[in-house]
Ligand binder design. Structure first.
Ligand SMILES: C[S@@+](CC[C@H](N)C(=O)[O-])C[C@H]1O[C@@H](n2cnc3c(N)ncnc32)[C@H](O)[C@@H]1O
Length: 336
């Protein structure tokens, strides 16, 4: 899940950076949207090429500190917006020729280590997990949702095998105690019948809660749809994912819009179906052995990209239908 690691705390490793650059080719200039600005690793690399401009986006206001430093250095070539990437279609980019939209999903090491965010099972105190611009926290989820709902979140967003027992024990425990991060970890550990010595017992439940609290499924789907709308013909969408749920969504979206299924709402006169996107590689690009050695959390990264084939800004997609089970689970949050 962790996209970026800092082995000596001051060093920052943007994942698959060289591979990304070879796809989006900033050496030929152009305007790019970095949908997950984070520590500015990708943005900085793009701006090192003279004829480029970057719009950096991050839902976490903490990123604006790093953005200010970059803004000072690249005054006319960089702006930062503290918005969610599902909203890039509101950026008023009609007259901008956006050459590439990039996503590096997940969280940075800085965020995972921030005790206020409570993203990690090593955190202490109140449950939180909000990345920014959220309506509810993990504390609300754990203390308010029904047992069956918690079970489904852990099962489908975390692929947690003991989801039923964990959800049951949470609901029993919350009648007696306030559930803090430490208490949740204790409940998960005591609910597990089999110990896994490779990963921490709480890894999957924490992943599930982070996905739920940040509505990552609908964020990603809307982000992909709106990225496809804002780029012009020959523009590129590139996405780095870190777990199978994200990768399945990206894979399906690119495949479905590149396989004679995508239909523009404004059909060409001859009523032909048009493919909005084109895929160059069917398989994702993964980090080299060297990158994994230098930055072990990069081992789960997958980079997929697609190229826009037509100047078409309205199109139909069945992606919400395809992932409706996950969206239904996300909608449990409506009552929070
Ligand atoms: C893995 S980090 C990106 C690191 C960045 N590529 C770099 O090199 O510094 C992911 C970033 O995306 C942000 N993020 C996650 N979901 C988002 C969303 N829906 N909208 C905007 N930003 C989001 C997180 O706050 C985090 O800062």
């Amino acid at each position: 899940m962790i996209a970026t690691i800092i082995s000596d705390v001051k060093k920052h490793y943007p994942v698959l950076l060289n591979e990304l650059v070879s796809i989006i080719t900033p050496q030929y200039g152009g305007t790019f949207i970095d949908c997950t600005f984070g520590q500015g690793g990708y943005t900085k690399k793009i701006l090192d090429f003279k004829e480029t401009k970057v719009i950096g986006i991050d839902r976490d206001i903490e990123s604006s500190k790093r953005a200010e430093e970059i803004e000072k250095k690249f005054k006319d070539r960089f702006i930062f917006k503290n918005i969610k990437f599902s909203q890039i279609n509101n950026l008023k980019l009609k007259n901008v020729n956006v050459k590439g939209v990039i996503f590096d999903l997940g969280y940075s090491y800085t965020q995972i280590k921030d005790p206020k965010k409570g993203l990690s099972f090593e955190s202490v105190g109140d449950l939180n997990m909000k990345l920014g611009l959220n309506n509810f926290s993990a504390k609300n989820v754990i203390n308010s949702l029904e047992e069956k709902e918690l079970e489904q979140i852990f099962k489908y967003f975390g692929e947690e095998k003991e989801s039923k027992r964990i959800a049951h024990n949470i609901v029993q425990d919350r009648k007696l105690h306030k559930i803090t991060t430490e208490e949740l970890v204790r409940i998960i550990e005591s609910s597990k019948r089999k110990k896994n010595y490779k990963t921490h017992s709480a890894t999957k439940v924490f992943q599930a809660l982070r996905i739920f609290v940040n509505k990552e499924i609908s964020e990603l789907i809307n982000g992909l749809i709106n990225a496809t709308k804002v780029i012009k013909k020959d523009g590129i969408i590139a996405v780095v994912t870190f777990h199978s749920l994200e990768d399945r969504i990206v894979k399906y979206f690119f495949k479905s819009l590149s396989e004679n299924k995508s239909i523009s709402r404004y059909m060409p006169k001859n009523n032909e179906k048009i493919n909005i996107l084109k895929l160059i590689n069917k398989k994702p690009i993964i980090p080299s052995k060297k990158e994994i050695y230098e930055n072990p959390p990069s081992r789960s990264a997958k980079l997929r990209y697609a190229i826009k084939q037509e100047n078409c800004y309205e199109f139909e997609t069945d992606i919400f239908d395809k992932f409706k089970d996950l969206i239904e689970i996300e909608n449990f949050s409506k009552k929070l």
